[in-house]
Design a protein around this ligand. Structure first.
Ligand SMILES: NC(=O)c1ccc[n+]([C@@H]2O[C@H](COP(=O)([O-])OP(=O)(O)OC[C@H]3O[C@@H](n4cnc5c(N)ncnc54)[C@H](O)[C@@H]3O)[C@@H](O)[C@H]2O)c1
Ligand SMILES: [Zn+2]
Ligand SMILES: [Zn+2]
Length: 383
């Protein structure tokens, strides 16, 4: 099969690799028809993780089931399915509680909980930016989609990661109807956080970034764009909230947060959130942070440590929730919202490309080039 393979920092290519196949009775084999490039792929693409060369990218996957193992009961050949980016078992202590991002059996590294397709540090599972994908524990992992999804793949593919992840940031931040919410990052995840806060009837939603195309997307759904290249985002949020700060804050940027001039500061968004969120407010951090980052320009962060303003955080009595999203906790309900016409997450999609065009997609999305807000790949050639 053809697959998009990591060749080293900022290099990917399409290669012929052995076909993915059913290896265990509980596996499902999926022909991928839509698979996205994610901000998480970019950390790996830039060489800022220990992702091995030769591995296949792709954790935001949707496609048609073409084979099932002998132990698969529910999922059938021909079903159109969306796969949570988390690879989880359904039967470990964490999965039983719905914490599928922290599955205890799918990551062979005993120090880690949680696994994902095509992801550094998250197990051996190959990615779906390929013609075929092996899905372990298929009955548990496959979300079988409604018929209309065949024509609306760019909406439904967002259920694999970023729509649930944006929603998760608002859950971690405990967004309630009427709350004021500040979101750092207007990338795909920040946009989905803004959509989720809207769906939860937040009173006022402010989104901080500096890319005009991304800020325009959040403005389209009624959020207030805050351009931090034009002045302090903290001052702007305080102005919008009568000096108190927002009730809730969402971090949708991660460890490669930088100032508008491009200098990286892994603590920048976290400390801005401490200042922009009110005393006793809650912060949800879904932007990725990693235990080691030897390539960081920040000495502390080379060992995963962040100069966090803990004193002010503590004095303000704030709370914080962190981590990967348990996609299965939300994907079915969010699917229902798409089917009911109440959510249309595809509004952020700027490009639909074939696998052969994927390396261009990576280059432009990585540069955050104007107009490259979300890239969907169609390895089956459909567009
Ligand atoms: N927790 C999870 O389950 C999960 C799932 C998906 C993605 N992620 C992570 O979410 C983060 C965002 O991913 P994405 O797909 O939206 O792509 P992205 O990386 O393109 O988006 C990040 C955005 O943040 C902006 N930004 C950078 N520094 C900033 C600052 N100081 N203040 C405000 N904005 C700033 C950038 O301009 C960019 O638009 C990444 O770290 C990704 O790995 C986490
Ligand atoms: Zn993703
Ligand atoms: Zn598990």
């Amino acid at each position: 099969m053809k697959a998009l393979v990591y060749d080293g920092p900022r290099r990917v290519s399409v290669k012929d690799v052995p076909d993915a196949r059913v290896e265990r009775p509980t596996d499902v084999l999926v022909k991928i028809t839509a698979t996205n490039i994610c901000g998480s792929d970019l950390h790996m693409y830039e060489g800022r993780t220990d992702f091995d060369t030769g591995r296949i990218f792709g954790h935001e996957n949707l496609g048609e089931v073409i084979a099932v193992g002998s132990g698969v009961d529910r999922v059938r050949v021909g079903d159109l399915v969306c796969l949570p980016f988390n690879v989880s078992c359904g039967f470990c202590r964490n999965c039983e509680k719905g914490l599928t991002a922290f599955c205890l059996s799918t990551n062979p590294d005993p120090r880690m909980a949680g696994a994902a397709y095509g992801f550094a540090g998250m197990g051996p599972w190959e990615g779906g930016q390929a013609e075929l994908l092996r899905v372990p524990y298929g009955d548990h992992n496959c979300l079988v989609l409604p018929e209309e999804a065949r024509e609306k793949q760019t909406d439904y593919v967002m259920l694999s990661d970023i729509f649930p992840t944006g929603w998760h940031s608002t859950e971690l931040a405990r967004v309630q109807p009427g709350d004021t919410v500040v979101i750092y990052g207007a990338g795909p995840v920040g946009c989905m956080a803004a959509l989720s806060a809207t769906l939860k009837s937040a009173g006022k939603i402010m989104v901080v970034d500096r890319h005009p195309d991304r800020l325009a997307l959040v403005e389209q759904i009624g959020a207030i764009p805050v351009d931090d290249s034009q002045g302090s985002p903290v001052d702007r949020v305080l102005e919008e909230t009568g000096g108190l700060g927002a009730d809730c804050g969402c971090e949708c940027v991660g460890y490669q947060a930088h100032d508008p001039q491009g200098n990286e500061h892994p603590n920048l968004t976290l400390n801005n959130l401490v200042q922009s969120v009110k005393a006793t407010g809650t912060i949800g951090v879904v932007g990725i942070f990693v235990p080691q980052d030897p390539g960081s320009p920040d000495t502390l962060y080379k060992e995963g440590e962040v100069a966090f303003d803990y004193g002010m955080f503590w004095m303000k009595g704030q709370g914080m929730g962190t981590g990967q999203c348990n996609v299965k906790a939300y994907n079915r309900q969010l699917c229902t919202l798409i089917e009911a016409g109440k959510a249309e997450p595809s509004w952020i999609v700027s490009h639909e490309l074939t696998l052969d065009q994927a390396s261009d997609g990576y280059e432009h999305f990585d540069a955050r080039d104007n107009g490259w807000t979300k890239v969907v790949l169609h390895p089956d050639g459909s567009r």
